[in-house]
Design a protein around this ligand. Structure first.
Ligand code: PPY
Length: 278
C-alpha cells in the first residue's frame, strides 16, 4: 500500500496536492486518507521517503509570486536517493482564519513564510501592527487560533473547514493568480520520458566564467531551459548550486548528450528526475 508523506498537519496546500496526485494515479482507491502521513516539516517528510518509512513524499517547490521553497531545494540537493516522479500545480487562495469578530481584535497572525509573503500587502494594509509569526506550515497555527480569540492564521478555506474555525476574510492573497508547484518524490525514477526534467549542479571552485560553460552546453544544442535557480552551497560565501528545469525528456538524444558533456564542466551533477506536470 503506497503511503504518502506530506507537509502537514492536515489541511495544508501540500495535502491538497498529495490528494490530487493519489486521485490521478489511483482513481479507483476508496480510502485516500489512510495513506496520508503528515510530517511537521518539509525536511522530515523528505527524510521519511528517503529512509523508506513511506514510499513517496509530496512537498512544495515553487510559488509563482514568491519563488523557490529553499528548504525543498536544499533537501533535494542533499538527498542521495530521491527522484522527482511528478509535479503538481495548484492555484492558491488564502483565507484569514480567526475567532475574532473584527480585524482590530487580532494581535497575532500565524502562517508558513510563503503564506505571510503572499499576503504581505494585504497584511500591511489591514493588520499593520499585528505580530506575524512564521510557522512550518499554514495549518500549524490553527490550534492556537482555536484557543486564543486574538490569534489568526493564513491558510486554505479547506483548513478552516477541517478545524471547524471561522473565516473572517477571503481571499487575502495580493495576486489573484497565485500558483504553487509541488513535487512528488520517491526512491525510484518512474520514467525517463517525462515532458519535464530537472537537474542540479555545483561548479568547480574559483574558475572565472564557470557558469557559462554548462549554459553553453544547452545553448549549443538549442535546449530550452525553463528555470534556473541558485542556492548557496553552504561551504563558503559566493559558492552556489544551480537548479535547472528543461522542457525535454532525459532520454531525448540531444539532452542525453548534453548530460555527458555537463559532467566535465561541473563539479557535482545530479539528475533530479524526468516527470509530467499536472
Ligand atoms: O503550509 C502549507 O499549507 C503548504 O503546503 C506550504 C505552502 C504555503 C503557502 C502556499 C503554498 C504552499
Amino acid at each position: 500500500m503506497t503511503m504518502i508523506a506530506y507537509l502537514g498537519p492536515a489541511g495544508t496546500f501540500t495535502e491538497m496536492a498529495a490528494l490530487r496526485y493519489l486521485q490521478l494515479k489511483y482513481p479507483d482507491l476508496e480510502h485516500y486518507p489512510s495513506r496520508m502521513c503528515p510530517y511537521p516539516t518539509i525536511s522530515q517528510a523528505i527524510k521519511a521517503a528517503e529512509n523508506g518509512e513511506v514510499e513517496i513524499a509530496v512537498v512544495p517547490i515553487e510559488n509563482s509570486i514568491q519563488g523557490g521553497v529553499t528548504m525543498t531545494l536544499d533537501s533535494l540537493w542533499q538527498s542521495e536517493l530521491l527522484q522527482i516522479q511528478q509535479a503538481i500545480v495548484l492555484p492558491i487562495a488564502h483565507a484569514l482564519i480567526t475567532r475574532a469578530e473584527k480585524l482590530t481584535d487580532i494581535k497575532t497572525v500565524y502562517s508558513h513564510p510563503q503564506g505571510l509573503a503572499q499576503c504581505q500587502q494585504w497584511l500591511d494594509q489591514h493588520l499593520p501592527t499585528v505580530q506575524q509569526i512564521a510557522t512550518d506550515s499554514t495549518t500549524e497555527g490553527l490550534h492556537t487560533v482555536a484557543e486564543d480569540i486574538t490569534a489568526a492564521a493564513i491558510a486554505s478555506e479547506r483548513a478552516a473547514e477541517i478545524y471547524n474555525l471561522p473565516i473572517l476574510e477571503f481571499p487575502i492573497n495580493d495576486q489573484p493568480d497565485n500558483f504553487t508547484r509541488f513535487l512528488v518524490l520517491g526512491r525510484t525514477a518512474t520514467t525517463t520520458q517525462g515532458t519535464h526534467s530537472s537537474l542540479a549542479f555545483s561548479l568547480k571552485r574559483n574558475m572565472p566564467g564557470a557558469l557559462v560553460k554548462p549554459l553553453l552546453v544547452f545553448a549549443d544544442r538549442q535546449i530550452n531551459l525553463s528555470r534556473i535557480e541558485s542556492r548557496p552551497t553552504k561551504r563558503s560565501l559566493g559558492e552556489y548550486i544551480f537548479f535547472i528545469d528543461i522542457d525535454a525528456p532525459i532520454d531525448d538524444p540531444n539532452f542525453y548528450e548534453a548530460l555527458q558533456e555537463l559532467q566535465s564542466v561541473t563539479e557535482n551533477l545530479k539528475i533530479l528526475g524526468s516527470y509530467e506536470v499536472c
